[in-house]
Design a protein around this ligand. Structure first.
Ligand SMILES: [Zn+2]
Length: 426
């Protein structure tokens, strides 16, 4: 007998500018405060890069299409080069747009569902191009007076709606979790979180119960497709496995012990001179335009082994005219790392990697003045300074935000238990 609860208790984490919370949710005042705290943390991270641009998002009104404005829906297998030639734009224009995209690399992962909107000038030359990734994430590339392109991120953090899913494990955890409504990425996260504590293929007893609080991101009524696990409990034999997401992007158990394996501060076997530091406000020496440096450059000679900063999965191995050959790794929690200007990648897309594993040899590919490794760390999809960021160190929960974390855990556990009771009555 498998019990799967489909009823969703939706909590609206408050987020400006809409600060009202439906009265019917019955959320305690302290929790409201926590919702705020959570939101503010995310905003702080986001705003580290481009504060002005971020606040512009709601201002931009969609304009009607005319012969100066074209809309293009990305098809599977599309590349920017193919799209530009189909649209009749020159390769030079494409390179100018890609130069502007070097610090974002948003155009390297065009997928069906994304759209491009081109605005042309009177000579049919490209004036601007907007990439629509989802309702909360658009990027506008614009031609400047000097003919070069600049970019603006039009971000809207939206709101996170959470729901509680409960079930029992029969057969594999994968199938049971899937039946309860979790997606593949979320199930992989659960496996990774508990992999030091339980062997899912061997140690799970039939009938073990699980409870998950999962939230989805919305901008207005539009789901952005982003989701995350806020909390999970698995009751297996006499063991209780717990994991809760803290507002620093890391997971801890219900007692506040870290579930994250430590990150390496520097993805190299030894220290190298920093040839250029992280600087979101960096300006182009000639144009004075803001041209953020979203990573840390190490003066590594070509051929220096580059190591994965933490366990994760390779999600990109790409060649870019300016970023060169590069690798991107998705880590669990809300962390991502990027390694640019590589001579050679030693991994392939989709591959699982371990902390400290050799993933590449550094080089001087792309637009560089000399060989170096450009290393980026992203938290909640925003680049942060890898040398000073609060990286997971596999230590217990920090004092800052500790009380808030336990309050939120208590609230989620209450939700989980109520949902389980509901499901058992059905
Ligand atoms: Zn760099």
């Amino acid at each position: 007998m498998s019990l799967v609860a489909l009823s969703a208790a939706i909590i609206l984490w408050p987020s400006p500018p809409k600060t009202s919370v439906p009265a019917s949710t019955g959320v305690m005042p302290t929790l409201l405060k926590e919702g705020w705290h959570y939101w503010q943390m995310e905003e702080k991270v986001k705003h580290q890069v481009q504060q002005l641009q971020s606040t512009m998002a709601p201002e931009v009104e969609p304009q009607p299409l005319d012969d100066r404005r074209r809309h293009y829906a990305i098809e599977s297998g599309d590349s920017l080069s193919r799209i530009f030639s189909k649209q009749g734009f020159s390769q030079q224009q494409m390179h100018q747009v890609m130069a502007a995209d070097q610090s974002l690399l948003a155009l390297d992962v065009l997928r069906p569902g994304h759209t491009l909107t081109f605005q042309l000038d009177d000579n049919d030359q490209l004036l601007s191009m907007e990439l629509f990734v989802h309702a909360g994430n658009r990027v506008l590339y614009q031609r400047e007076d000097d003919g070069e392109f600049s970019y603006q991120e039009l971000l809207n953090p939206g709101e996170w709606h959470s729901e509680t899913l409960v079930g029992e494990i029969h057969g594999s955890f994968y199938v049971s979790a899937k039946n309860a409504g979790l997606n593949d990425a979320e199930i992989a996260t659960v496996h990774q979180l508990f992999r030091d504590r339980v062997n899912f293929s061997r140690d799970i007893q039939a009938g073990a119960r699980f409870q998950v609080v999962r939230s989805d991101n919305y901008v207005g009524d539009d789901a952005t497709g982003q989701s995350r696990i806020e909390g999970i409990r698995i009751f297996n034999r006499r063991q209780q496995l717990t994991a809760f997401l803290h507002d620093n992007g890391q997971y801890f158990d219900a007692e506040g012990n870290s579930l994250q394996r430590a990150f390496m501060r520097i993805p190299l076997q030894r220290e190298f001179r920093i040839s250029s530091a992280f600087n979101p406000q960096r300006r182009h020496p000639v144009t004075r335009r803001v041209s953020p440096h979203n990573g840390t450059d190490f003066a590594t000679p070509t051929g220096t082994p580059v190591l994965a900063a933490a366990d994760g999965r390779v999600v990109r191995v790409e060649n870019h005219p300016f970023a060169g050959r590069y690798v991107e790794i998705q880590h669990h929690g809300n962390y991502k790392t990027r390694y640019l200007h590589l001579d050679r990648s030693l991994v392939r897309n989709g591959q699982r990697v371990e902390r400290g594993q050799r993933i590449a040899l550094s080089g001087a590919t792309g637009r560089v003045t000399g060989p170096h490794l450009h290393y980026e760390l992203h938290v909640n999809n925003r680049p942060v300074n890898p040398m000073t960021a609060n990286i997971p160190l596999a230590q217990p929960i920090p004092d800052e935000g500790r009380d808030a974390f336990f309050e939120r855990v208590a609230f989620m556990i209450k939700q989980m238990d109520e949902e389980t009771l509901l499901a058992q009555r059905h």
